[in-house]
Structure formats: structure tokens, C-alpha cells
Write a protein that binds this ligand. Structure first.
Ligand SMILES: Cc1cc2nc3c(=O)[nH]c(=O)nc-3n(C[C@H](O)[C@H](O)[C@H](O)COP(=O)(O)OP(=O)(O)OC[C@H]3O[C@@H](n4cnc5c(N)ncnc54)[C@H](O)[C@@H]3O)c2cc1C
Ligand code: FES
Length: 249
């Protein structure tokens, strides 16, 4: 798979587009790619990234630079080859008869853009609730109906995105929730949905090695035993997760 373009959209966040007809055709929202970045000293292990978007035969990931692997990724220029396994994992299961509420926290917007695009293409009208710490942390995303919240009130409503979700659930009877973001946000989302009887799917992150269910390195505690984030997830029905285990990563 070759890089088509790679640009920073914020000082610490980049978007890279690859060309691969086969991957673009197979990809489903919520799945991830397991990338080995060339020339990265520490990149012996692959790094998992959600599929952020698919347009024609191009496929994108949105990455935050946090260490050697993502730094090496940010240095790739057009034409660079990248070794990839994927698409991997369980995607979101869209429930077409229920109004979709899509909840993103920070970089958790990454897999949701593709989900929003596919929902819109199916004639659904997803409402995106997008929460960030502050205005400068907001990332560009699709122009679907959205409500922005920032913890400090510098853009959109002041407060946590889960408070906005609590209000929206009341306004959208029969809704289904699809969420990605930090663990405390997902835990509160799962709690609200359980309390109100709303179906909820969450995309979880865990440190990964093999990416295909072989090493148990990405184990997440479920209500009925351990699950692997790479093979049983990364998208889970929120009711199957033990939310008292603390942060999964
Ligand atoms: C299914 C899945 C999908 C993901 N999708 C995205 C995405 O779309 N965009 C994105 O920016 N990141 C995503 N991640 C996280 C991404 O894989 C890590 O940030 C990346 O592997 C870090 O590599 P590194 O070599 O730069 O950092 P490292 O040197 O390995 O680590 C640097 C720091 O990042 C932390 N870190 C490493 N891996 C993870 C992880 N899996 N989750 C949280 N923190 C981690 C480490 O604890 C450490 O503090 C996803 C992870 C999973 C499991
Ligand atoms: S990373 Fe090996 S089982 Fe998930």
C-alpha cells in the first residue's frame, strides 16, 4: 500500500491517505489497519489505527503523534510504501431502524467519520456529539448535524459530551448510540445507555501486538470473561464490557 498524501492538520495530529482498491472495498467502519512503518527504529511491532475514511480507492487514517511509530508515520511522504495487515476487527453494526447518535471524544473522532459517511450514504441522519477539552483540540470532520462541547466552554456548549448525550437521548426516542473516545467517557456513555435502555456500541483501544487474536496482549475484561480488543472488538456492545476494570490501555 502506498502513501498518496500525508499532512498535519494540527501540530500533533496528521491524516495520511493510502491507495488500495482491495482495502477500500473491504473496509467497514470501526475496523482497523495494523501498520508497520518503514525506517522507524522502534517500529518492530505493528501499530493499530482505525480506518478514518474511505473515498474511492483511497483509505485514510487519522493519527496523533505520541511516540516513535507515529513520529515515523508523520514523516512519510507521497509514494512511500507501507506494510499493512487489514482490515481487522469487528466493525460497528448499524441499526437502520433507530436514529443514530454518534458520540466522539477528542481523537475518538477517528473511526467515526467513516461511520458517519456510510450512515449518510444509507439515507440515515446521524447526529454527531463531539466533545473536546478546548477549542484548539477540535478536529475537522464531516459536516453532518453536530453539537460541539468543550470542557472549558471555549467552543460550543460548556461541559462534558456525555451531558449533551443525556439530553439528546431524551430528544431522540428509539435512538442507538455509537461511541469512541477516552475510557471515562465511554464508561459514562455505557452507563447512561444502560439506564435508559438505549443500544450502545463502543470502539475500545488496548495495547496490541499480533492484532489477530493470537497473543492475548490486548485482553479486555468482559462481563462473561476476557475478550480480545483486536479479534472480539475493537467495537463491542457496551453491555458486554466490565466497566469497573479501570482504563483498558
Ligand atoms: C484498535 C485501535 C485503533 C486505534 N486507532 C487510532 C487512531 O485512529 N488514531 C490514533 O492516533 N491512535 C489510534 N490508536 C492508538 C495507536 O495505536 C497508538 O497511539 C500507537 O500505536 C502509538 O505508537 P507509537 O510508536 O507512536 O507510540 P509508543 O512509543 O508505542 O507509545 C507512546 C505513548 O502512547 C501510548 N500508547 C501506545 N499505544 C497505545 C494505544 N493502543 N492506545 C492508547 N495509548 C497508546 C503509550 O502508552 C505511550 O504513552 C488505536 C489503537 C487501537 C488498539
Ligand atoms: S493483539 Fe494479540 S490478541 Fe490482540
Amino acid at each position: 500500500m502506498a502513501v498518496v498524501s500525508n499532512r498535519m492538520i494540527r501540530p500533533d495530529v496528521g491524516r495520511v491517505w493510502f491507495r488500495s482498491r482491495a482495502l477500500a472495498r473491504q473496509a467497514r467502519p470501526g475496523q482497523f489497519l495494523h501498520l508497520r512503518v518503514p525506517d522507524a527504529n522502534a517500529a518492530i511491532l505493528r501499530r493499530p489505527f482505525s480506518i478514518h475514511d474511505v473515498v474511492g480507492d483511497r483509505i485514510a487514517i487519522l493519527y496523533r503523534v505520541v511516540g516513535d511509530g507515529t513520529r515515523a508515520l508523520s514523516a512519510l511522504s507521497a509514494g512511500a510504501p507501507v506494510d499493512v495487515i487489514g482490515p481487522l476487527g469487528i466493525p460497528f453494526r448499524v441499526m437502520p431502524s433507530r436514529p443514530p447518535l454518534v458520540v466522539a471524544g477528542g481523537i475518538g473522532i477517528a473511526p467515526l467519520q467513516f461511520l458517519l459517511r456510510r450512515m449518510t450514504a444509507r439515507g440515515l441522519h446521524p447526529r454527531l456529539l463531539y466533545g473536546c477539552l478546548t477549542r484548539s483540540a477540535l478536529l475537522p470532520h464531516l459536516a453532518v448535524t453536530r453539537a460541539v462541547t468543550t470542557d472549558d466552554g471555549s467552543c460550543g456548549g460548556r461541559g462534558l459530551v456525555t451531558a449533551a448525550l443525556a439530553r439528546e437521548i431524551g430528544r431522540r426516542p428509539g435512538a442507538a448510540v455509537y461511541a469512541c473516545g477516552p475510557w471515562p467517557m465511554l464508561r459514562e456513555t455505557a452507563r447512561l445507555c444502560r439506564e435508559r435502555g438505549v443500544p450502545c456500541q463502543v470502539s475500545l483501544e488496548a495495547r496490541m501486538a499480533c492484532g489477530v487474536g493470537a497473543c492475548q496482549g490486548c485482553a479486555v475484561k468482559g462481563t462473561a470473561g476476557y475478550l480480545t480488543a483486536c479479534h472480539d472488538g475493537p467495537v463491542f456492545d457496551a453491555r458486554t464490557i466490565d466497566w469497573d476494570q479501570g482504563v483498558a490501555v
